[in-house]
Write a protein that binds this ligand. Structure first.
Ligand SMILES: [Zn+2]
Length: 258
């Protein structure tokens, strides 16, 4: 049998042995189940989050991947069918209880990251109180915030002549390229059309304003088709490069903090 780092695919004995032999870090990703425009599936963030966590765990060599948290904070997408959202209180409870469960199995570190921007601020805000709940024997680490993730991706794509408005932050060029690399069978490029491509919306200095208009007023007020960015021309080759850059960023941030 191929060696896996995904706890969902392992038996309890394999997990016990892996932790005992030094795989003492659990990676917990908060993803989403939400609309991703007319061309990507609602599990997009879950698929990307799982793939990133798996690759990061393999790169670190000392980590296992907990089941990805699927429905999370997606109120701002609720106008589009298929979106399932948790309330903030429920989301924080789910995180807390996953961490308590992981602690029971002997993990020494839990690394949290998001593959869905809407979860980022909540994770950052609630990590200290969750850490307090699970106690000092276990280190809880939140890595790769929304701002960092977006600016790293924008810098990377700028070298290829892709503007922030095309790269986008939701179902645009970057996310569609990632999906073309990971699950091309679930991408319908015939339906991939531009959404909100207004450059100032995506600039780092406007992020707070853009967050208010998306998170509070809803994505539909920004983009009728649910896309923030422009997926046309997306491709698996660039998807692979974005994926590798993300893995390197995540693994080095985790390694520097554990
Ligand atoms: Zn997404």
């Amino acid at each position: 049998m191929m060696e896996t780092v995904l706890m969902e695919e392992m038996t309890w004995l394999e997990i016990k042995q892996a932790v005992a032999s030094g795989k003492e870090t659990a990676i917990l990703v908060a993803a989403s189940i939400e609309q991703h425009g007319p061309h990507l599936p609602t599990a997009t963030d879950t698929i990307i989050g799982y793939a990133l966590a798996e690759a990061v765990a393999k790169k670190l060599g000392s980590a296992l991947v907990a089941p990805v948290i699927r429905p999370a904070l997606s109120f701002h997408h609720i106008d589009f069918p298929g979106t399932i959202t948790l309330r903030m209180q429920t989301f924080v409870k789910v995180l807390e209880e996953c961490c308590v469960s992981l602690k029971a199995h002997g993990f020494k570190n839990i690394v949290l990251f998001v593959s869905h921007g809407g979860n980022s601020d909540a994770l950052k805000a609630f990590t200290p109180s969750i850490a307090q709940k699970i106690g000092p024997e276990i280190q809880l680490l939140f890595v790769y915030s929304l701002e960092k993730n977006i600016s790293a991706m924008q810098e990377f794509l700028a070298q290829k002549g892709i503007t922030p408005g095309k790269a986008g932050v939701h179902s645009g060029f970057s996310e569609t390229s990632l999906m073309l690399m990971l699950r091309p069978d679930l991408v319908n490029m015939e339906k991939a059309v531009p959404g909100l491509t207004d450059e100032p919306f995506y600039l780092p200095e406007n992020i707070n304003k853009s967050k208010i208009s998306s998170f509070i007023h809803g994505i539909k007020s920004q983009s009728a088709n649910g896309i923030l960015g422009d997926p046309t021309g997306a491709n698996a080759e660039i998807g692979k490069e974005i994926f590798e850059a993300k893995i390197n960023d995540l693994a080095s941030e985790i390694a520097a903090n554990l």
